[in-house]
Design a protein. Structure first.
Length: 429
């Protein structure tokens, strides 16, 4: 299997994604249980979601095209300079925008104290600029050992700080958690030059053609970022507009578990994105097709076993983890368990299509599903609150998965039927 040909790198990619899982675990166990539900928890969830909005837009426009080019072995003069410039510019503009709208944020999102949360977010965005650039460079080179160290500086420091504050009884507000995120980002950024020493491409002089090509590619790949934003971050903001930060806190408590699924998918994509790009560039289409079918089939089979337990035991899970703080979150968790089947179909297929140079297919998928998201959100969120938001995500992911699988079948003849056949043929051997 091409993805696992370098077994150490595959295991390393999984290890990299255990770090955000560790941080996510501290959020579930400590942040969600120590920050007041009616105020601070909603503020934190909205602030961190805003950070991800700006970050994903910048990654889509600047870093994803850069990772693709470097993974394919492109060394044209000015490619590195253009990618770095686009990434940095989007983040600085985003940080300034967030800082500027901070005074109005509490009123818009019905979240007292969100103005300070937005200012923390602006600083975090700036601190992440060198760190995420280093992450992109190491990902393109599949240097997962160094990538692990880079990620560990941020996630383990922030997670350790949360645990320490909780253990000493001083964890009470969102400013503390956001401050730990900022400190972890600074530490990770400080480690970036050491971990990337001798690996940074030449700066070079970018011609107008290079700037134009990079901008065009970045424009197309915005579909990846915006598509991900629809179901990963923008739901928090819309729910807060309709129902306020307290309802966001409930939703955040349940959706944190969905992030664990998302991290596993991202671990797979750490390798499948550059690998699919490399295989396609070498013309090994049949090998790429087999790779994608095996990955999707294996992961969906694993999800089946996990989700049977979660759907049956959702009430017990929520009561045990949150000690009765969020008794109304169990049904939201069940909805996300069902949604988890469609998330890898969309995200992995999306990364494969981008890897083989089909960003327009992703754009069509994103814009079509964005309409579905808006319609469902306007109907369900005001009426049903957090449950309505979860149903909105489920409907959106079904739309995203259905449309993206159409394009995947068109380009590589991959379908749910072919995935099932591949899995069954492996079992019969």
């Amino acid at each position: 299997m091409e993805l696992l040909r370098y077994r150490k790198k595959a295991l390393g990619a999984l290890a990299v994604k255990t770090l955000p899982l560790a941080y996510g675990g501290t959020v579930v166990l400590f942040v969600n249980t120590h920050l007041p539900r009616d105020s601070e928890l909603g503020t934190y969830s909205l602030a961190i979601a805003t950070f991800f909005v700006i970050s994903l837009i910048g990654k889509s426009f600047g870093l994803y095209p850069l990772i693709k080019s470097l993974a394919e072995g492109a060394h044209g003069e000015g490619i590195w300079k253009a990618g770095v410039s686009f990434w940095t510019a989007t983040q600085i503009i985003g940080a300034l925008f967030i800082w500027g709208v901070a005074p109005w944020a509490p009123g818009i999102f019905q979240a007292p104290g969100l103005d300070d949360g937005m200012r923390w977010t602006a600083w975090i965005i700036l601190a992440f600029i060198p760190r995420d650039l280093a992450s992109a460079l190491l990902q393109s080179k599949k240097e997962v050992g160094r990538l692990f160290l880079l990620e560990a500086c941020y996630f383990l420091f922030a997670a350790g700080g949360v645990v320490y504050f909780a253990a000493t009884g001083v964890l009470h507000n969102s400013d503390q958690v956001l401050g730990l995120n900022l400190a972890g980002a600074v530490l990770s950024t400080a480690a970036a030059p050491v971990l990337c020493f001798g690996r940074v491409p030449k700066w070079g002089k970018a011609s107008r053609t290079v700037w134009g090509n990079r901008a065009k590619l970045g424009r197309d790949t915005l579909g990846i970022g915006v598509g991900d934003l629809v179901y990963t971050q923008l739901d928090y903001h819309l729910l807060s507009l309709f129902r306020g930060s307290s309802e966001v806190a409930l939703y955040f408590a349940a959706k944190n578990f969905f992030r664990f699924y998302n991290m596993i998918t991202q671990a797979i994509n750490l390798l499948i994105f550059p690998t699919s790009s490399n295989l396609f560039a070498r013309g090994e289409i049949s090998k790429l097709k087999g790779l994608v079918e095996k990955v999707l089939g294996g992961y969906l089979g694993l999800l089946l076993f996990i989700n049977i337990f979660i759907i049956i035991g959702a009430d017990w899970i929520m009561a045990t983890v949150y000690r009765g703080i969020f008794p109304d979150a169990a049904n939201i968790l069940r909805i996300f368990a069902i949604a988890s089947f469609f998330e890898p179909l969309y995200m992995i297929s999306e990364n494969v299509l981008y890897g083989i140079g089909k960003p327009k297919a992703i754009l069509i998928t994103m814009w079509s599903s964005l309409v579905v998201f808006i319609i469902l959100a306007v109907i369900l969120m005001p009426a049903l609150g957090a449950i309505g938001s979860a149903l909105t995500i489920l409907g959106t992911l079904i739309s995203l998965a259905g449309i993206i699988m159409y394009f995947l079948h068109k380009e590589l003849q991959i379908s749910l039927v072919s995935i099932a056949r591949t899995v069954l043929s492996r079992r019969n051997k």
